[in-house]
Design a protein around this ligand. Structure first.
Ligand SMILES: [Zn+2]
Length: 220
């Protein structure tokens, strides 16, 4: 919803925009306060993920490391319903592609299972992806579904993660044929989930796949 500038500044006076990471008053909506910006700098990581079944290596661009206030904020967003953080996360992942947004036809998200959606009420990655799509002015399309309620990746050892996500994603409709797709997740660790989703997109006819996530987790 777009408000007239006068209405918007009046509302900002009564409800000042809050920092997405600490809740202090922020310069504008979806932004972080100067302290949080200093303490949580973007690292602009670029991860390469090999998708063996497609014979392709895809790139995953990630603005943050998964630690400090970024980690806490993602946990509140993902598990405790703090949905307003999607504005900030979506903006930060979109910024990774602002200069080459013409390289995509559509934005999509890593799906959650129907069971998880029922429990949580939302797909956190979709929330981020929809904001990013709007910022980049690229259509958001639901292209994937998760057909099995598998174990959560973060509870598994590195070597178990690839097998855990195999065969759990399926394509939806014909939207992906010939398309250059930006695939969005909340966090990336080994890249197994993005790899499994990219494999399905390629098998469904996608021309190119590129990925992004808010933060990269370092496995200890
Ligand atoms: Zn802050």
């Amino acid at each position: 919803m777009r408000l007239k500038p006068a209405v918007s500044s009046f509302l900002n006076l009564i409800f000042p925009p809050r920092c997405a990471l600490c809740g202090a008053v922020a310069p504008s909506a979806g932004m972080v306060c100067p302290d949080c910006q200093r303490e949580n700098p973007c690292v602009h990581a670029k991860k390469r993920i090999f998708v063996p079944e497609a014979g392709q290596t895809i790139v995953c661009k990630v603005p943050y490391e998964y630690n400090g206030k970024i980690r806490q904020s993602i946990i509140r967003f993902k598990f405790y319903g703090q949905l307003q953080s999607a504005a900030f996360f979506g903006m930060k992942v979109a910024e990774e592609f602002t200069e080459n947004k013409d390289q995509f036809d559509l934005v999509t998200a890593v799906p959650v299972s129907a069971e998880r959606l029922r429990q949580r009420g939302y797909n956190q990655s979709e929330r981020i992806a929809r904001v990013a799509a709007e910022k980049l002015e690229i259509p958001y399309k639901e292209c994937l579904m998760k057909t099995a309620d598998n174990k959560e990746q973060h509870k598994l050892e590195k070597k178990e993660r690839k097998r855990n996500v195999q065969g759990v994603y399926s394509p939806i409709g014909q939207e992906i044929v010939g398309k250059r797709i930006l695939l969005v997740d909340d966090i990336v660790t080994t890249g197994a989930t993005l790899c499994a989703c990219a494999e399905v997109l390629f098998a469904g006819g996608a021309k190119e796949v590129c990925c992004t996530a808010v933060a990269e987790v370092e496995l200890s």
